[in-house]
Design a protein around this ligand. Structure first.
Ligand code: PLP
Length: 446
Protein backbone atom coordinates (compact mmCIF):
# COMPACT_ATOMS: atom_id res chain seq x y z
CA UNK A 1 0.00 0.00 0.00
CA UNK A 2 2.79 2.36 1.03
CA UNK A 3 4.59 1.35 -2.11
CA UNK A 4 1.55 2.26 -4.17
CA UNK A 5 1.35 5.68 -2.51
CA UNK A 6 5.07 6.21 -2.95
CA UNK A 7 4.74 5.24 -6.59
CA UNK A 8 1.98 7.74 -7.20
CA UNK A 9 4.00 10.54 -5.58
CA UNK A 10 7.02 9.51 -7.56
CA UNK A 11 5.05 9.48 -10.77
CA UNK A 12 3.82 13.00 -10.11
CA UNK A 13 7.29 14.36 -9.56
CA UNK A 14 8.79 12.56 -12.53
CA UNK A 15 6.04 13.69 -14.84
CA UNK A 16 6.38 17.20 -13.46
CA UNK A 17 10.15 17.29 -13.96
CA UNK A 18 9.92 15.90 -17.45
CA UNK A 19 7.10 18.27 -18.27
CA UNK A 20 9.25 21.17 -17.14
CA UNK A 21 12.03 19.91 -19.38
CA UNK A 22 9.78 19.43 -22.36
CA UNK A 23 8.21 22.85 -21.80
CA UNK A 24 11.53 24.73 -22.01
CA UNK A 25 10.95 25.72 -25.63
CA UNK A 26 7.49 27.05 -24.78
CA UNK A 27 8.90 29.12 -21.92
CA UNK A 28 11.51 30.59 -24.21
CA UNK A 29 8.87 31.29 -26.83
CA UNK A 30 6.98 33.26 -24.21
CA UNK A 31 10.12 35.30 -23.60
CA UNK A 32 10.00 36.29 -27.23
CA UNK A 33 6.50 37.77 -27.05
CA UNK A 34 6.46 41.54 -27.43
CA UNK A 35 6.54 43.31 -24.08
CA UNK A 36 3.32 45.25 -23.37
CA UNK A 37 3.68 48.79 -24.64
CA UNK A 38 0.30 50.17 -23.46
CA UNK A 39 0.36 52.10 -20.16
CA UNK A 40 -1.10 50.04 -17.30
CA UNK A 41 -4.71 50.78 -16.44
CA UNK A 42 -4.37 51.46 -12.70
CA UNK A 43 -8.06 50.78 -11.88
CA UNK A 44 -8.17 47.37 -13.53
CA UNK A 45 -4.81 46.47 -11.90
CA UNK A 46 -6.02 47.37 -8.42
CA UNK A 47 -8.44 44.43 -8.25
CA UNK A 48 -5.78 41.85 -9.13
CA UNK A 49 -3.81 39.97 -6.48
CA UNK A 50 -0.13 40.80 -6.39
CA UNK A 51 1.86 37.72 -7.38
CA UNK A 52 5.28 36.80 -6.08
CA UNK A 53 7.24 35.27 -8.93
CA UNK A 54 8.72 32.78 -6.42
CA UNK A 55 5.24 31.47 -5.50
CA UNK A 56 5.63 28.44 -7.77
CA UNK A 57 8.85 27.52 -5.97
CA UNK A 58 7.22 27.66 -2.54
CA UNK A 59 4.33 25.54 -3.81
CA UNK A 60 6.61 22.92 -5.33
CA UNK A 61 6.71 20.30 -2.57
CA UNK A 62 6.48 17.06 -4.49
CA UNK A 63 10.21 16.36 -4.28
CA UNK A 64 10.07 16.76 -0.49
CA UNK A 65 7.11 14.38 -0.30
CA UNK A 66 8.92 11.71 -2.29
CA UNK A 67 12.06 12.20 -0.18
CA UNK A 68 10.01 11.86 2.99
CA UNK A 69 8.55 8.62 1.61
CA UNK A 70 12.14 7.36 1.12
CA UNK A 71 11.59 6.81 -2.56
CA UNK A 72 13.41 9.67 -4.29
CA UNK A 73 15.41 8.38 -7.25
CA UNK A 74 17.32 11.56 -8.14
CA UNK A 75 20.61 13.04 -6.98
CA UNK A 76 21.61 9.78 -5.29
CA UNK A 77 25.02 10.62 -3.87
CA UNK A 78 27.84 8.35 -4.95
CA UNK A 79 30.29 7.95 -2.09
CA UNK A 80 32.98 6.01 -3.93
CA UNK A 81 33.44 5.42 -7.64
CA UNK A 82 35.57 2.65 -9.09
CA UNK A 83 33.75 2.80 -12.45
CA UNK A 84 31.68 -0.39 -12.88
CA UNK A 85 30.99 -0.49 -9.15
CA UNK A 86 29.97 2.52 -7.05
CA UNK A 87 29.04 2.97 -3.44
CA UNK A 88 25.67 4.55 -2.65
CA UNK A 89 24.24 4.77 0.87
CA UNK A 90 27.09 2.60 2.12
CA UNK A 91 26.23 -0.17 -0.34
CA UNK A 92 28.19 -1.33 -3.39
CA UNK A 93 26.05 -1.38 -6.53
CA UNK A 94 26.90 -2.15 -10.14
CA UNK A 95 26.76 0.98 -12.26
CA UNK A 96 24.90 0.26 -15.50
CA UNK A 97 23.76 3.79 -16.27
CA UNK A 98 26.92 5.84 -16.60
CA UNK A 99 28.42 7.35 -19.75
CA UNK A 100 31.94 6.64 -18.51
CA UNK A 101 32.25 4.51 -21.64
CA UNK A 102 35.91 3.57 -21.51
CA UNK A 103 35.92 3.49 -17.71
CA UNK A 104 38.68 6.08 -17.61
CA UNK A 105 37.48 8.20 -14.67
CA UNK A 106 39.32 5.79 -12.38
CA UNK A 107 42.40 5.30 -14.61
CA UNK A 108 45.61 6.11 -12.70
CA UNK A 109 47.13 8.04 -15.63
CA UNK A 110 44.02 10.21 -16.01
CA UNK A 111 43.88 10.96 -12.29
CA UNK A 112 47.60 11.67 -12.14
CA UNK A 113 47.39 14.08 -15.11
CA UNK A 114 44.62 16.03 -13.35
CA UNK A 115 46.62 16.23 -10.10
CA UNK A 116 49.76 17.37 -11.92
CA UNK A 117 47.79 20.07 -13.75
CA UNK A 118 46.42 21.42 -10.47
CA UNK A 119 49.94 21.54 -9.06
CA UNK A 120 51.26 23.42 -12.10
CA UNK A 121 48.36 25.74 -13.03
CA UNK A 122 46.19 25.85 -9.91
CA UNK A 123 42.52 25.00 -9.66
CA UNK A 124 40.88 27.34 -12.16
CA UNK A 125 41.54 29.66 -15.08
CA UNK A 126 39.49 32.61 -13.78
CA UNK A 127 38.79 33.97 -17.22
CA UNK A 128 37.41 33.15 -20.64
CA UNK A 129 39.53 31.66 -23.40
CA UNK A 130 39.28 35.00 -25.16
CA UNK A 131 41.02 36.93 -22.40
CA UNK A 132 43.04 35.45 -19.55
CA UNK A 133 41.74 31.86 -19.61
CA UNK A 134 43.85 30.19 -22.31
CA UNK A 135 46.52 27.77 -21.08
CA UNK A 136 49.05 25.97 -23.24
CA UNK A 137 47.06 22.87 -22.18
CA UNK A 138 43.93 24.16 -23.97
CA UNK A 139 45.91 24.75 -27.16
CA UNK A 140 47.53 21.32 -26.89
CA UNK A 141 44.18 19.55 -26.45
CA UNK A 142 42.69 21.49 -29.38
CA UNK A 143 45.47 20.52 -31.74
CA UNK A 144 45.48 16.91 -30.52
CA UNK A 145 41.71 16.59 -31.00
CA UNK A 146 41.75 18.21 -34.45
CA UNK A 147 44.44 15.74 -35.48
CA UNK A 148 42.65 12.75 -33.96
CA UNK A 149 39.39 13.67 -35.73
CA UNK A 150 41.22 14.44 -39.01
CA UNK A 151 39.93 18.04 -39.11
CA UNK A 152 41.67 21.38 -39.60
CA UNK A 153 40.79 22.98 -36.32
CA UNK A 154 39.20 22.51 -32.90
CA UNK A 155 37.72 24.79 -30.25
CA UNK A 156 37.10 23.86 -26.61
CA UNK A 157 34.06 24.96 -24.61
CA UNK A 158 33.33 24.51 -20.92
CA UNK A 159 30.68 21.80 -21.42
CA UNK A 160 29.13 19.88 -24.31
CA UNK A 161 25.82 21.60 -23.62
CA UNK A 162 27.51 24.96 -23.96
CA UNK A 163 29.20 23.84 -27.18
CA UNK A 164 25.79 23.44 -28.87
CA UNK A 165 24.77 26.85 -27.59
CA UNK A 166 28.09 28.20 -28.82
CA UNK A 167 27.69 26.86 -32.34
CA UNK A 168 24.02 27.04 -33.29
CA UNK A 169 22.94 30.66 -32.65
CA UNK A 170 26.37 31.93 -33.75
CA UNK A 171 26.11 30.27 -37.15
CA UNK A 172 22.36 30.35 -37.85
CA UNK A 173 21.23 33.96 -38.00
CA UNK A 174 18.17 36.01 -38.89
CA UNK A 175 16.26 34.50 -41.80
CA UNK A 176 18.51 31.43 -42.04
CA UNK A 177 17.35 27.89 -41.31
CA UNK A 178 18.17 25.43 -38.56
CA UNK A 179 16.93 21.92 -39.34
CA UNK A 180 16.73 19.51 -36.44
CA UNK A 181 15.72 15.92 -35.62
CA UNK A 182 12.78 15.95 -33.17
CA UNK A 183 14.69 13.64 -30.80
CA UNK A 184 17.90 15.67 -30.66
CA UNK A 185 19.50 16.26 -27.28
CA UNK A 186 18.29 19.13 -25.06
CA UNK A 187 21.50 21.11 -25.69
CA UNK A 188 20.58 21.33 -29.37
CA UNK A 189 17.06 22.43 -28.43
CA UNK A 190 18.53 25.13 -26.17
CA UNK A 191 20.85 26.19 -28.99
CA UNK A 192 18.10 26.49 -31.58
CA UNK A 193 15.76 28.29 -29.19
CA UNK A 194 18.48 30.92 -28.81
CA UNK A 195 18.76 31.10 -32.59
CA UNK A 196 14.98 31.43 -32.78
CA UNK A 197 15.17 34.35 -30.36
CA UNK A 198 17.53 35.96 -32.86
CA UNK A 199 14.93 35.42 -35.64
CA UNK A 200 16.40 32.33 -37.27
CA UNK A 201 13.86 29.87 -38.72
CA UNK A 202 13.60 26.46 -37.04
CA UNK A 203 12.42 23.39 -38.93
CA UNK A 204 11.98 20.00 -37.25
CA UNK A 205 11.67 16.58 -38.87
CA UNK A 206 10.53 13.22 -37.52
CA UNK A 207 13.17 11.25 -35.66
CA UNK A 208 15.79 9.74 -38.00
CA UNK A 209 13.18 9.85 -40.80
CA UNK A 210 14.89 10.84 -44.02
CA UNK A 211 11.64 10.97 -46.01
CA UNK A 212 10.25 13.48 -43.56
CA UNK A 213 13.52 15.41 -43.68
CA UNK A 214 13.24 15.65 -47.46
CA UNK A 215 9.58 16.65 -47.18
CA UNK A 216 10.40 19.61 -44.89
CA UNK A 217 13.70 20.69 -46.41
CA UNK A 218 12.37 20.66 -49.98
CA UNK A 219 9.90 23.41 -49.03
CA UNK A 220 12.66 25.82 -47.96
CA UNK A 221 14.21 28.36 -50.35
CA UNK A 222 17.24 26.73 -51.94
CA UNK A 223 19.40 29.85 -51.96
CA UNK A 224 19.14 30.59 -48.20
CA UNK A 225 21.78 29.14 -45.82
CA UNK A 226 20.77 26.08 -43.80
CA UNK A 227 22.33 24.12 -40.97
CA UNK A 228 21.15 20.62 -40.08
CA UNK A 229 22.05 19.41 -36.58
CA UNK A 230 21.65 15.82 -35.46
CA UNK A 231 22.81 13.55 -32.68
CA UNK A 232 25.23 10.94 -34.05
CA UNK A 233 24.21 8.36 -31.45
CA UNK A 234 20.86 9.36 -29.92
CA UNK A 235 21.35 9.60 -26.19
CA UNK A 236 18.15 7.87 -25.03
CA UNK A 237 17.74 5.11 -27.59
CA UNK A 238 21.39 4.57 -28.51
CA UNK A 239 20.41 4.44 -32.21
CA UNK A 240 22.91 5.66 -34.79
CA UNK A 241 21.67 8.36 -37.16
CA UNK A 242 21.12 7.37 -40.79
CA UNK A 243 23.96 9.61 -41.90
CA UNK A 244 24.45 8.35 -45.48
CA UNK A 245 20.87 9.15 -46.52
CA UNK A 246 20.82 12.34 -44.48
CA UNK A 247 23.94 13.58 -46.29
CA UNK A 248 22.38 12.88 -49.70
CA UNK A 249 19.40 15.06 -48.80
CA UNK A 250 21.41 17.89 -47.24
CA UNK A 251 23.70 18.06 -50.28
CA UNK A 252 20.71 18.25 -52.62
CA UNK A 253 19.11 21.11 -50.66
CA UNK A 254 22.16 23.23 -49.73
CA UNK A 255 22.41 22.47 -46.02
CA UNK A 256 25.58 22.16 -43.90
CA UNK A 257 25.68 19.31 -41.38
CA UNK A 258 26.64 19.33 -37.70
CA UNK A 259 26.81 16.06 -35.74
CA UNK A 260 26.65 15.87 -31.94
CA UNK A 261 28.93 12.91 -31.23
CA UNK A 262 28.69 12.98 -27.42
CA UNK A 263 27.77 9.27 -27.31
CA UNK A 264 29.73 8.26 -30.40
CA UNK A 265 33.34 9.34 -29.87
CA UNK A 266 35.29 6.57 -28.20
CA UNK A 267 32.44 4.19 -28.98
CA UNK A 268 31.88 3.83 -32.76
CA UNK A 269 33.94 4.55 -35.88
CA UNK A 270 37.57 3.79 -36.62
CA UNK A 271 39.55 4.10 -33.39
CA UNK A 272 36.43 5.60 -31.79
CA UNK A 273 36.29 8.56 -34.17
CA UNK A 274 32.52 8.72 -34.12
CA UNK A 275 29.56 8.64 -36.47
CA UNK A 276 31.06 10.02 -39.68
CA UNK A 277 33.94 7.59 -39.36
CA UNK A 278 31.51 4.72 -38.65
CA UNK A 279 30.05 5.31 -42.13
CA UNK A 280 33.29 6.39 -43.85
CA UNK A 281 31.78 9.86 -44.35
CA UNK A 282 34.44 11.93 -42.56
CA UNK A 283 34.62 14.48 -45.37
CA UNK A 284 30.87 15.00 -45.59
CA UNK A 285 30.17 16.27 -42.07
CA UNK A 286 30.95 19.97 -41.66
CA UNK A 287 31.22 20.23 -37.89
CA UNK A 288 31.38 17.54 -35.22
CA UNK A 289 31.02 18.38 -31.58
CA UNK A 290 31.44 16.33 -28.46
CA UNK A 291 31.87 16.30 -24.73
CA UNK A 292 34.57 15.34 -22.26
CA UNK A 293 31.92 14.11 -19.80
CA UNK A 294 31.64 10.63 -21.28
CA UNK A 295 34.51 8.81 -23.04
CA UNK A 296 37.01 11.48 -21.97
CA UNK A 297 36.33 11.01 -18.25
CA UNK A 298 36.29 14.72 -17.52
CA UNK A 299 34.23 17.86 -18.09
CA UNK A 300 34.15 20.15 -21.12
CA UNK A 301 33.14 20.23 -24.77
CA UNK A 302 34.69 20.73 -28.19
CA UNK A 303 33.91 21.26 -31.83
CA UNK A 304 36.08 20.31 -34.83
CA UNK A 305 35.86 21.41 -38.45
CA UNK A 306 37.07 23.86 -41.06
CA UNK A 307 39.63 26.40 -39.79
CA UNK A 308 37.67 29.43 -41.06
CA UNK A 309 34.47 28.27 -39.36
CA UNK A 310 36.22 27.48 -36.09
CA UNK A 311 38.00 30.84 -36.25
CA UNK A 312 34.62 32.55 -36.68
CA UNK A 313 33.19 30.72 -33.64
CA UNK A 314 36.31 31.62 -31.68
CA UNK A 315 35.69 35.31 -32.22
CA UNK A 316 31.89 35.45 -32.37
CA UNK A 317 30.47 32.86 -30.00
CA UNK A 318 29.10 34.41 -26.77
CA UNK A 319 29.08 30.99 -25.06
CA UNK A 320 32.85 30.92 -25.49
CA UNK A 321 33.70 34.56 -25.00
CA UNK A 322 31.59 35.23 -21.91
CA UNK A 323 32.27 32.05 -19.93
CA UNK A 324 35.39 30.85 -18.10
CA UNK A 325 37.54 28.25 -19.82
CA UNK A 326 37.68 24.59 -18.74
CA UNK A 327 39.80 24.03 -15.62
CA UNK A 328 43.41 22.79 -15.86
CA UNK A 329 42.46 19.48 -14.23
CA UNK A 330 39.59 18.90 -16.69
CA UNK A 331 41.75 19.60 -19.73
CA UNK A 332 44.66 17.52 -18.49
CA UNK A 333 42.34 14.60 -17.70
CA UNK A 334 40.81 14.78 -21.18
CA UNK A 335 44.29 14.88 -22.74
CA UNK A 336 45.32 11.78 -20.78
CA UNK A 337 42.07 10.05 -21.79
CA UNK A 338 42.76 10.89 -25.45
CA UNK A 339 46.23 9.33 -25.10
CA UNK A 340 44.67 6.11 -23.82
CA UNK A 341 41.95 6.17 -26.48
CA UNK A 342 44.61 6.42 -29.20
CA UNK A 343 46.97 3.84 -27.71
CA UNK A 344 44.45 1.26 -26.52
CA UNK A 345 41.75 0.76 -29.16
CA UNK A 346 41.08 -2.66 -27.62
CA UNK A 347 39.07 -0.78 -24.97
CA UNK A 348 36.53 0.19 -27.64
CA UNK A 349 36.32 -3.41 -28.83
CA UNK A 350 35.67 -4.54 -25.26
CA UNK A 351 33.03 -1.84 -24.74
CA UNK A 352 31.09 -2.88 -27.83
CA UNK A 353 31.53 -6.54 -26.95
CA UNK A 354 30.03 -5.81 -23.51
CA UNK A 355 27.07 -3.90 -24.96
CA UNK A 356 26.44 -6.64 -27.57
CA UNK A 357 26.59 -9.29 -24.86
CA UNK A 358 23.95 -7.38 -22.88
CA UNK A 359 21.70 -6.91 -25.93
CA UNK A 360 21.86 -10.67 -26.48
CA UNK A 361 21.41 -11.47 -22.77
CA UNK A 362 18.38 -9.21 -22.34
CA UNK A 363 16.71 -10.67 -25.44
CA UNK A 364 17.40 -14.24 -24.32
CA UNK A 365 15.87 -13.42 -20.94
CA UNK A 366 12.73 -12.25 -22.74
CA UNK A 367 13.14 -8.47 -22.50
CA UNK A 368 12.25 -6.11 -25.30
CA UNK A 369 15.16 -3.83 -26.15
CA UNK A 370 15.98 -1.17 -28.73
CA UNK A 371 18.52 -2.72 -31.08
CA UNK A 372 21.71 -0.82 -31.79
CA UNK A 373 25.46 -0.83 -32.10
CA UNK A 374 26.38 1.72 -29.45
CA UNK A 375 27.07 1.39 -25.72
CA UNK A 376 23.47 2.31 -24.80
CA UNK A 377 21.02 -0.57 -24.40
CA UNK A 378 17.45 0.50 -23.57
CA UNK A 379 15.29 -2.16 -21.95
CA UNK A 380 11.66 -1.36 -22.68
CA UNK A 381 9.20 -1.55 -19.82
CA UNK A 382 6.30 0.25 -21.52
CA UNK A 383 4.59 1.80 -18.51
CA UNK A 384 5.48 4.61 -16.11
CA UNK A 385 4.48 2.86 -12.88
CA UNK A 386 6.15 -0.36 -13.88
CA UNK A 387 9.30 1.58 -14.70
CA UNK A 388 9.44 3.07 -11.17
CA UNK A 389 8.83 -0.30 -9.55
CA UNK A 390 11.39 -1.99 -11.74
CA UNK A 391 13.98 0.72 -11.04
CA UNK A 392 13.45 0.34 -7.30
CA UNK A 393 13.78 -3.44 -7.38
CA UNK A 394 16.93 -3.24 -9.46
CA UNK A 395 18.46 -0.66 -7.16
CA UNK A 396 17.61 -2.62 -4.03
CA UNK A 397 19.12 -5.75 -5.60
CA UNK A 398 22.34 -3.91 -6.48
CA UNK A 399 22.13 -2.37 -9.98
CA UNK A 400 21.96 1.35 -10.71
CA UNK A 401 20.29 2.28 -14.02
CA UNK A 402 18.26 5.20 -15.38
CA UNK A 403 14.46 5.02 -15.50
CA UNK A 404 13.00 7.06 -18.37
CA UNK A 405 9.24 7.62 -18.37
CA UNK A 406 6.79 9.56 -20.54
CA UNK A 407 6.62 12.34 -21.64
CA UNK A 408 10.44 12.19 -21.68
CA UNK A 409 10.03 9.14 -23.93
CA UNK A 410 6.91 8.37 -26.01
CA UNK A 411 4.22 6.31 -24.20
CA UNK A 412 5.02 2.63 -24.65
CA UNK A 413 8.76 3.30 -24.73
CA UNK A 414 9.23 3.81 -20.98
CA UNK A 415 12.56 2.17 -20.33
CA UNK A 416 15.54 1.35 -18.20
CA UNK A 417 18.31 3.08 -20.13
CA UNK A 418 21.32 0.89 -19.48
CA UNK A 419 24.81 1.76 -20.70
CA UNK A 420 28.12 -0.04 -20.49
CA UNK A 421 31.81 0.51 -19.92
CA UNK A 422 34.95 -1.13 -21.24
CA UNK A 423 35.77 -1.90 -17.60
CA UNK A 424 32.65 -4.00 -16.95
CA UNK A 425 33.80 -7.60 -16.56
CA UNK A 426 31.72 -10.67 -17.37
CA UNK A 427 30.84 -11.20 -13.72
CA UNK A 428 29.34 -7.66 -13.56
CA UNK A 429 27.34 -8.26 -16.73
CA UNK A 430 26.10 -11.68 -15.58
CA UNK A 431 25.00 -10.21 -12.28
CA UNK A 432 23.13 -7.37 -14.04
CA UNK A 433 21.30 -9.92 -16.20
CA UNK A 434 20.52 -12.08 -13.19
CA UNK A 435 19.08 -9.13 -11.23
CA UNK A 436 17.13 -7.86 -14.25
CA UNK A 437 15.67 -11.31 -14.89
CA UNK A 438 14.60 -11.81 -11.29
CA UNK A 439 13.01 -8.36 -11.00
CA UNK A 440 11.52 -8.66 -14.50
CA UNK A 441 9.83 -11.94 -13.55
CA UNK A 442 8.62 -10.56 -10.19
CA UNK A 443 6.92 -7.68 -11.97
CA UNK A 444 5.63 -9.68 -14.93
CA UNK A 445 7.76 -7.78 -17.44
CA UNK A 446 9.14 -11.03 -18.82
C1 PLP B 1 23.82 13.93 -27.01
C2 PLP B 1 24.43 14.83 -25.96
N1 PLP B 1 24.93 15.99 -26.35
C3 PLP B 1 25.49 16.84 -25.46
C4 PLP B 1 25.52 16.56 -24.12
C5 PLP B 1 26.06 17.57 -23.15
O1 PLP B 1 27.33 17.25 -22.73
P1 PLP B 1 27.90 17.83 -21.35
O2 PLP B 1 27.63 16.83 -20.30
O3 PLP B 1 29.36 18.01 -21.63
O4 PLP B 1 27.24 19.14 -21.11
C6 PLP B 1 25.01 15.34 -23.68
C7 PLP B 1 25.08 15.01 -22.24
O5 PLP B 1 24.31 14.30 -21.68
C8 PLP B 1 24.43 14.46 -24.62
O6 PLP B 1 23.89 13.30 -24.22
Amino acid sequence: MLFKRQSSILKKILVCNLTILSSIPKTLTILKLPIMTQPLDKDSQASKPIMDIFQKCYEFTRADEVKAAGFYPYFRAIEENEGPVVQIEGRKVIMAGSNNYLGLTAHPKVKEAAVRAVEKYGTGCSGSRYLTGTLDLHNELESRLAKYMGKESCLLFSTGYQTAQGIIPTIVQRGEYLITDKDNHACIVAGYMMAKGLFAEIVRYKHNDIEDLERVISKLPLHVGKLLVTDGVFSTSGEIVNLPDLIKVTKKYNARVVVDDAHAIGVIGKGGRGTASHYGLENEVDLTFGTFSKTFASLGGFVVGNERVINYLKHQSPALIFSASPTPASVAAALAALDILEKEPERITKLIHNADRMRKGFKEAGFKIIEGQSAVVPVIVGDDMLAFKFWRELFDAGVFVNAFISPGVPPGLQMMRTSYMATHENHHLDRILEIFSKAGKNLGII
